[in-house]
Design a protein around this ligand. Structure first.
Ligand code: 1CP
Length: 355
Protein backbone atom coordinates (compact mmCIF):
# COMPACT_ATOMS: atom_id res chain seq x y z
CA UNK A 1 0.00 0.00 0.00
CA UNK A 2 1.53 3.34 -0.96
CA UNK A 3 1.84 5.76 1.96
CA UNK A 4 -0.58 8.17 0.24
CA UNK A 5 -3.34 5.62 0.95
CA UNK A 6 -2.69 5.71 4.71
CA UNK A 7 -5.89 6.77 6.52
CA UNK A 8 -4.26 9.88 8.03
CA UNK A 9 -3.16 11.23 4.66
CA UNK A 10 -6.47 10.39 3.02
CA UNK A 11 -8.34 12.23 5.79
CA UNK A 12 -6.05 15.24 5.37
CA UNK A 13 -6.90 15.22 1.67
CA UNK A 14 -10.60 15.37 2.57
CA UNK A 15 -11.42 11.72 2.07
CA UNK A 16 -13.17 9.39 4.52
CA UNK A 17 -11.13 6.20 4.80
CA UNK A 18 -12.72 2.93 5.99
CA UNK A 19 -11.64 3.64 9.54
CA UNK A 20 -11.12 7.03 11.18
CA UNK A 21 -7.39 7.68 11.66
CA UNK A 22 -6.33 8.15 15.27
CA UNK A 23 -3.18 9.44 16.98
CA UNK A 24 -2.58 11.34 20.21
CA UNK A 25 -0.84 14.63 20.81
CA UNK A 26 2.04 13.94 23.22
CA UNK A 27 1.71 10.18 22.59
CA UNK A 28 5.50 9.92 22.74
CA UNK A 29 7.02 10.39 26.15
CA UNK A 30 5.74 11.05 29.62
CA UNK A 31 2.91 8.51 29.92
CA UNK A 32 5.01 5.53 28.72
CA UNK A 33 7.13 3.51 31.17
CA UNK A 34 9.47 2.49 28.30
CA UNK A 35 10.05 6.21 27.63
CA UNK A 36 10.80 7.05 31.25
CA UNK A 37 13.27 4.17 31.32
CA UNK A 38 15.10 5.34 28.17
CA UNK A 39 15.27 8.93 29.39
CA UNK A 40 17.02 8.17 32.71
CA UNK A 41 20.19 10.27 32.89
CA UNK A 42 19.58 12.24 29.66
CA UNK A 43 18.32 15.83 29.62
CA UNK A 44 15.24 16.43 27.49
CA UNK A 45 16.92 18.58 24.82
CA UNK A 46 19.91 16.23 24.64
CA UNK A 47 17.47 13.36 24.04
CA UNK A 48 15.85 15.37 21.23
CA UNK A 49 19.24 15.92 19.59
CA UNK A 50 20.43 12.29 19.83
CA UNK A 51 19.04 10.74 16.62
CA UNK A 52 18.86 7.08 17.75
CA UNK A 53 17.15 8.06 21.01
CA UNK A 54 14.67 10.49 19.41
CA UNK A 55 13.83 7.89 16.76
CA UNK A 56 13.26 5.10 19.29
CA UNK A 57 11.04 7.33 21.49
CA UNK A 58 9.02 8.35 18.41
CA UNK A 59 8.41 4.69 17.54
CA UNK A 60 7.44 3.49 21.05
CA UNK A 61 3.79 4.66 20.99
CA UNK A 62 3.31 3.50 17.38
CA UNK A 63 4.31 -0.03 18.36
CA UNK A 64 2.39 -0.03 21.63
CA UNK A 65 -0.91 1.58 20.55
CA UNK A 66 -1.12 0.85 16.82
CA UNK A 67 -1.91 4.50 16.10
CA UNK A 68 -2.25 5.73 12.51
CA UNK A 69 0.71 8.14 12.72
CA UNK A 70 3.93 8.80 14.54
CA UNK A 71 4.63 12.30 15.88
CA UNK A 72 8.29 13.18 15.82
CA UNK A 73 9.79 13.24 19.32
CA UNK A 74 11.23 16.70 19.77
CA UNK A 75 10.08 19.98 21.29
CA UNK A 76 8.92 23.35 19.99
CA UNK A 77 12.06 24.99 21.46
CA UNK A 78 14.55 22.62 19.77
CA UNK A 79 15.10 24.93 16.75
CA UNK A 80 15.80 27.80 19.17
CA UNK A 81 18.49 25.68 20.85
CA UNK A 82 19.88 24.97 17.36
CA UNK A 83 19.92 28.73 16.76
CA UNK A 84 22.21 29.11 19.78
CA UNK A 85 19.58 30.49 22.16
CA UNK A 86 20.24 29.53 25.81
CA UNK A 87 17.18 27.37 26.60
CA UNK A 88 16.71 24.35 28.84
CA UNK A 89 13.67 22.18 29.52
CA UNK A 90 13.27 21.86 33.26
CA UNK A 91 11.65 18.61 34.43
CA UNK A 92 8.11 19.20 35.64
CA UNK A 93 8.15 22.82 34.44
CA UNK A 94 8.95 23.22 30.75
CA UNK A 95 11.12 25.51 28.59
CA UNK A 96 13.16 28.14 30.46
CA UNK A 97 15.24 30.85 28.74
CA UNK A 98 18.35 32.32 30.39
CA UNK A 99 17.72 35.69 28.72
CA UNK A 100 14.08 36.62 28.11
CA UNK A 101 13.46 38.72 24.98
CA UNK A 102 11.56 41.79 26.16
CA UNK A 103 13.00 45.02 24.75
CA UNK A 104 13.59 46.28 21.20
CA UNK A 105 17.32 45.71 21.79
CA UNK A 106 16.66 42.09 22.87
CA UNK A 107 14.62 41.59 19.69
CA UNK A 108 17.44 43.11 17.58
CA UNK A 109 19.94 40.74 19.16
CA UNK A 110 17.99 37.54 18.63
CA UNK A 111 16.72 38.36 15.14
CA UNK A 112 20.31 38.95 14.00
CA UNK A 113 20.64 35.12 14.00
CA UNK A 114 20.01 33.78 10.50
CA UNK A 115 17.32 31.02 10.63
CA UNK A 116 18.69 29.58 7.38
CA UNK A 117 21.96 28.83 9.21
CA UNK A 118 20.48 26.30 11.68
CA UNK A 119 22.29 22.95 11.74
CA UNK A 120 19.39 20.50 11.45
CA UNK A 121 21.58 17.42 10.82
CA UNK A 122 20.53 15.61 14.02
CA UNK A 123 16.83 16.28 13.31
CA UNK A 124 17.09 15.03 9.74
CA UNK A 125 18.97 11.91 10.83
CA UNK A 126 16.36 11.08 13.50
CA UNK A 127 13.50 11.56 11.02
CA UNK A 128 15.23 9.33 8.46
CA UNK A 129 15.62 6.56 11.06
CA UNK A 130 11.93 6.79 12.00
CA UNK A 131 10.66 6.87 8.43
CA UNK A 132 12.79 3.85 7.49
CA UNK A 133 11.27 1.92 10.39
CA UNK A 134 7.65 3.04 9.76
CA UNK A 135 7.88 1.95 6.11
CA UNK A 136 5.03 2.59 3.74
CA UNK A 137 2.13 1.99 6.12
CA UNK A 138 2.40 4.60 8.87
CA UNK A 139 3.10 8.27 8.16
CA UNK A 140 5.24 10.46 10.40
CA UNK A 141 3.92 13.88 11.44
CA UNK A 142 6.57 16.58 11.81
CA UNK A 143 5.79 19.61 13.95
CA UNK A 144 6.82 23.06 15.09
CA UNK A 145 5.61 25.71 17.50
CA UNK A 146 3.62 28.61 16.08
CA UNK A 147 5.28 32.02 16.54
CA UNK A 148 2.90 33.19 19.29
CA UNK A 149 3.28 30.05 21.43
CA UNK A 150 7.08 30.24 21.09
CA UNK A 151 7.00 33.95 21.94
CA UNK A 152 4.83 33.20 24.98
CA UNK A 153 7.88 31.36 26.44
CA UNK A 154 10.62 33.55 25.00
CA UNK A 155 9.23 36.92 26.14
CA UNK A 156 8.22 35.64 29.56
CA UNK A 157 11.42 33.60 30.00
CA UNK A 158 9.46 30.44 30.86
CA UNK A 159 5.97 28.97 31.21
CA UNK A 160 3.23 31.43 32.21
CA UNK A 161 -0.52 31.31 32.56
CA UNK A 162 -1.78 34.27 30.58
CA UNK A 163 1.28 35.17 28.50
CA UNK A 164 0.88 38.81 29.46
CA UNK A 165 4.31 39.99 28.37
CA UNK A 166 4.04 38.63 24.82
CA UNK A 167 0.52 40.01 24.46
CA UNK A 168 1.62 43.37 25.85
CA UNK A 169 4.48 43.64 23.35
CA UNK A 170 1.99 43.54 20.46
CA UNK A 171 0.50 46.80 21.69
CA UNK A 172 3.41 48.59 23.37
CA UNK A 173 5.89 47.99 20.53
CA UNK A 174 4.16 46.41 17.50
CA UNK A 175 7.28 46.88 15.38
CA UNK A 176 9.39 44.74 17.73
CA UNK A 177 6.57 42.21 18.06
CA UNK A 178 6.29 41.79 14.31
CA UNK A 179 10.05 41.45 13.89
CA UNK A 180 10.20 38.82 16.65
CA UNK A 181 7.17 36.86 15.42
CA UNK A 182 8.42 37.04 11.81
CA UNK A 183 11.79 35.67 12.91
CA UNK A 184 10.14 32.88 14.95
CA UNK A 185 8.08 31.97 11.86
CA UNK A 186 11.30 31.52 9.87
CA UNK A 187 12.85 29.46 12.70
CA UNK A 188 9.83 27.12 12.83
CA UNK A 189 9.69 26.97 9.03
CA UNK A 190 13.33 25.82 8.92
CA UNK A 191 12.52 23.14 11.52
CA UNK A 192 9.48 21.93 9.54
CA UNK A 193 11.43 21.98 6.29
CA UNK A 194 14.15 19.75 7.75
CA UNK A 195 11.56 17.20 8.96
CA UNK A 196 9.69 17.27 5.64
CA UNK A 197 12.85 16.91 3.57
CA UNK A 198 13.91 13.90 5.67
CA UNK A 199 10.58 12.12 5.08
CA UNK A 200 7.80 13.45 7.35
CA UNK A 201 4.47 13.09 5.48
CA UNK A 202 2.51 15.88 7.18
CA UNK A 203 3.20 18.66 9.66
CA UNK A 204 1.38 20.07 12.67
CA UNK A 205 1.76 23.66 13.80
CA UNK A 206 1.15 23.88 17.58
CA UNK A 207 -0.29 27.19 18.71
CA UNK A 208 -1.14 25.77 22.10
CA UNK A 209 -1.57 29.13 23.86
CA UNK A 210 -3.40 31.07 21.11
CA UNK A 211 -6.57 30.84 23.20
CA UNK A 212 -5.25 33.60 25.46
CA UNK A 213 -5.65 36.08 22.57
CA UNK A 214 -8.68 38.11 21.57
CA UNK A 215 -9.94 37.38 18.04
CA UNK A 216 -8.83 40.87 16.96
CA UNK A 217 -5.28 40.40 18.28
CA UNK A 218 -5.14 36.89 16.80
CA UNK A 219 -6.04 38.25 13.36
CA UNK A 220 -3.81 41.32 13.45
CA UNK A 221 -0.71 40.11 15.27
CA UNK A 222 -0.57 36.33 15.05
CA UNK A 223 -2.31 34.64 12.09
CA UNK A 224 -0.06 36.21 9.40
CA UNK A 225 3.05 34.94 11.19
CA UNK A 226 1.56 31.46 11.65
CA UNK A 227 0.77 31.37 7.92
CA UNK A 228 4.39 32.36 7.22
CA UNK A 229 5.65 29.46 9.39
CA UNK A 230 4.06 26.93 7.01
CA UNK A 231 4.68 28.92 3.85
CA UNK A 232 6.35 26.78 1.21
CA UNK A 233 6.05 23.55 3.25
CA UNK A 234 5.18 20.96 0.65
CA UNK A 235 3.04 18.73 2.91
CA UNK A 236 -0.45 18.74 4.44
CA UNK A 237 -0.73 21.06 7.45
CA UNK A 238 -2.65 20.47 10.70
CA UNK A 239 -3.12 23.67 12.73
CA UNK A 240 -3.86 23.19 16.44
CA UNK A 241 -4.61 25.52 19.33
CA UNK A 242 -6.35 25.33 22.72
CA UNK A 243 -9.30 27.63 23.43
CA UNK A 244 -9.49 28.95 19.87
CA UNK A 245 -13.30 28.63 19.61
CA UNK A 246 -13.87 32.42 19.38
CA UNK A 247 -11.75 32.63 16.21
CA UNK A 248 -11.82 29.04 14.95
CA UNK A 249 -12.42 29.98 11.30
CA UNK A 250 -9.19 32.02 11.35
CA UNK A 251 -7.31 28.84 12.26
CA UNK A 252 -7.80 27.73 8.64
CA UNK A 253 -5.13 30.30 7.76
CA UNK A 254 -7.10 31.27 4.65
CA UNK A 255 -7.11 27.73 3.29
CA UNK A 256 -3.47 26.87 4.05
CA UNK A 257 -4.46 24.45 6.85
CA UNK A 258 -5.68 21.07 5.60
CA UNK A 259 -6.96 20.23 9.10
CA UNK A 260 -7.80 22.29 12.18
CA UNK A 261 -7.29 20.80 15.64
CA UNK A 262 -10.14 21.49 18.07
CA UNK A 263 -9.88 21.29 21.86
CA UNK A 264 -12.42 19.52 24.09
CA UNK A 265 -14.55 22.61 24.73
CA UNK A 266 -16.23 22.79 21.33
CA UNK A 267 -18.25 19.82 19.98
CA UNK A 268 -16.89 18.79 16.58
CA UNK A 269 -20.22 19.24 14.75
CA UNK A 270 -20.28 22.86 15.91
CA UNK A 271 -16.64 23.27 14.92
CA UNK A 272 -17.40 21.81 11.48
CA UNK A 273 -20.28 24.25 11.01
CA UNK A 274 -17.89 27.15 11.63
CA UNK A 275 -15.00 25.72 9.62
CA UNK A 276 -17.02 24.83 6.52
CA UNK A 277 -16.65 22.01 4.00
CA UNK A 278 -13.06 22.57 2.87
CA UNK A 279 -11.14 21.49 5.95
CA UNK A 280 -10.69 18.30 7.99
CA UNK A 281 -11.24 18.42 11.76
CA UNK A 282 -8.93 16.84 14.34
CA UNK A 283 -9.89 16.11 17.94
CA UNK A 284 -11.31 16.22 20.51
CA UNK A 285 -11.54 13.68 23.34
CA UNK A 286 -11.43 15.47 26.68
CA UNK A 287 -8.10 14.42 28.28
CA UNK A 288 -9.85 14.56 31.68
CA UNK A 289 -12.05 11.62 30.65
CA UNK A 290 -9.05 9.30 30.17
CA UNK A 291 -9.33 8.53 33.88
CA UNK A 292 -13.11 7.97 33.80
CA UNK A 293 -14.62 4.45 33.98
CA UNK A 294 -14.38 2.78 30.54
CA UNK A 295 -18.14 2.87 29.74
CA UNK A 296 -18.13 6.65 30.32
CA UNK A 297 -15.03 7.15 28.16
CA UNK A 298 -16.34 4.79 25.48
CA UNK A 299 -19.60 6.75 25.20
CA UNK A 300 -17.58 9.97 24.92
CA UNK A 301 -15.34 8.55 22.16
CA UNK A 302 -18.40 7.34 20.23
CA UNK A 303 -19.97 10.79 20.59
CA UNK A 304 -16.79 12.44 19.28
CA UNK A 305 -16.78 10.03 16.29
CA UNK A 306 -20.46 10.76 15.56
CA UNK A 307 -20.00 14.53 15.73
CA UNK A 308 -16.85 14.28 13.61
CA UNK A 309 -19.03 12.97 10.77
CA UNK A 310 -20.35 16.50 10.30
CA UNK A 311 -16.95 17.51 8.88
CA UNK A 312 -15.58 16.59 5.45
CA UNK A 313 -13.16 14.23 7.24
CA UNK A 314 -12.06 13.54 10.81
CA UNK A 315 -8.79 12.62 12.51
CA UNK A 316 -9.48 11.37 16.02
CA UNK A 317 -7.22 12.81 18.71
CA UNK A 318 -7.42 14.29 22.19
CA UNK A 319 -8.43 17.91 22.70
CA UNK A 320 -4.90 18.52 24.04
CA UNK A 321 -1.88 16.40 24.95
CA UNK A 322 -1.84 13.07 26.80
CA UNK A 323 -1.58 13.88 30.54
CA UNK A 324 1.60 12.40 32.09
CA UNK A 325 -0.44 10.29 34.51
CA UNK A 326 -2.65 8.77 31.78
CA UNK A 327 -2.85 4.96 31.72
CA UNK A 328 -1.34 3.89 28.37
CA UNK A 329 -3.66 0.85 28.26
CA UNK A 330 -6.60 3.25 27.99
CA UNK A 331 -5.05 4.89 24.90
CA UNK A 332 -4.59 1.47 23.27
CA UNK A 333 -8.22 0.65 24.02
CA UNK A 334 -9.37 3.89 22.34
CA UNK A 335 -7.38 2.99 19.20
CA UNK A 336 -9.04 -0.45 19.14
CA UNK A 337 -12.48 1.10 19.54
CA UNK A 338 -11.93 3.66 16.77
CA UNK A 339 -10.53 1.05 14.39
CA UNK A 340 -13.50 -1.25 15.04
CA UNK A 341 -15.95 1.57 14.22
CA UNK A 342 -17.12 1.40 10.61
CA UNK A 343 -17.25 5.15 10.28
CA UNK A 344 -17.49 5.25 6.52
CA UNK A 345 -20.80 3.43 6.27
CA UNK A 346 -22.61 5.94 8.45
CA UNK A 347 -24.17 8.96 6.77
CA UNK A 348 -22.84 12.36 7.85
CA UNK A 349 -24.79 13.94 10.68
CA UNK A 350 -25.90 17.52 9.98
CA UNK A 351 -24.20 20.14 12.14
CA UNK A 352 -26.05 20.75 15.37
CA UNK A 353 -28.18 17.59 15.11
CA UNK A 354 -26.80 16.28 18.40
CA UNK A 355 -27.91 19.19 20.51
O1 1CP B 1 11.49 15.46 30.67
C1 1CP B 1 10.46 15.38 29.92
O2 1CP B 1 10.02 14.27 29.60
C2 1CP B 1 9.90 16.67 29.47
C3 1CP B 1 8.49 16.62 29.04
C4 1CP B 1 8.40 17.03 27.57
C5 1CP B 1 8.19 16.18 26.47
C6 1CP B 1 8.06 14.67 26.47
C7 1CP B 1 8.51 18.33 27.08
C8 1CP B 1 8.80 19.54 27.87
N1 1CP B 1 8.35 18.29 25.71
C9 1CP B 1 8.15 17.00 25.29
C10 1CP B 1 8.01 16.50 23.90
C11 1CP B 1 7.12 17.22 22.98
N2 1CP B 1 6.78 18.54 23.09
C12 1CP B 1 6.53 16.70 21.82
C13 1CP B 1 6.79 15.33 21.21
C14 1CP B 1 6.03 14.23 21.85
C15 1CP B 1 4.65 13.95 21.34
O3 1CP B 1 3.86 14.87 21.03
O4 1CP B 1 4.30 12.77 21.27
C16 1CP B 1 5.76 17.72 21.25
C17 1CP B 1 4.88 17.64 20.01
C18 1CP B 1 5.93 18.87 22.06
C19 1CP B 1 5.36 20.17 21.76
C20 1CP B 1 5.26 21.19 22.82
N3 1CP B 1 6.20 21.58 23.73
C21 1CP B 1 4.13 22.03 22.97
C22 1CP B 1 2.93 21.98 22.10
C23 1CP B 1 2.06 20.82 22.48
C24 1CP B 1 1.21 21.01 23.71
O5 1CP B 1 1.22 20.11 24.56
O6 1CP B 1 0.50 22.03 23.79
C25 1CP B 1 4.39 22.90 24.04
C26 1CP B 1 3.47 23.96 24.59
C27 1CP B 1 5.69 22.62 24.52
C28 1CP B 1 6.42 23.29 25.61
C29 1CP B 1 6.77 22.32 26.68
N4 1CP B 1 7.80 21.45 26.57
C30 1CP B 1 7.85 20.64 27.67
C31 1CP B 1 6.75 21.03 28.53
C32 1CP B 1 6.43 20.39 29.86
C33 1CP B 1 6.09 22.07 27.89
C34 1CP B 1 4.83 22.79 28.40
C35 1CP B 1 5.18 23.77 29.48
C36 1CP B 1 3.99 24.62 29.89
O7 1CP B 1 3.08 24.08 30.53
O8 1CP B 1 3.95 25.81 29.54
Amino acid sequence: MPLDDAPLLRALAGDRPETTPVWFMRQAGRSLPEYRELRVGTRMLDACLTPELAAEITLQPVRRHGVDAGIFFSDIVVPLRLAGVDVEIEPGRGPVFAEPVRTAADVDRITAIDPAGLDTTAIAEAVRLVVAELGDTTPLIGFAGAPFTLAAYLVEGGPSKEHLRARAMMHTDPGSWNRLAGWLARISCTFLDAQRAAGASAVQLFDSWAGSLSPADYRAFVAPHSAAAVDGIDAPVIHFGVGTGPFLADMRLHGRADAVGVDWRLPLDEAAAVLGPDVTVQGNIDPALLSAPWPVLEAHVRDVLARGRAARAHILNLGHGVPPEADPAVLTRIVELVHADAGRTVAPVPAGAHR
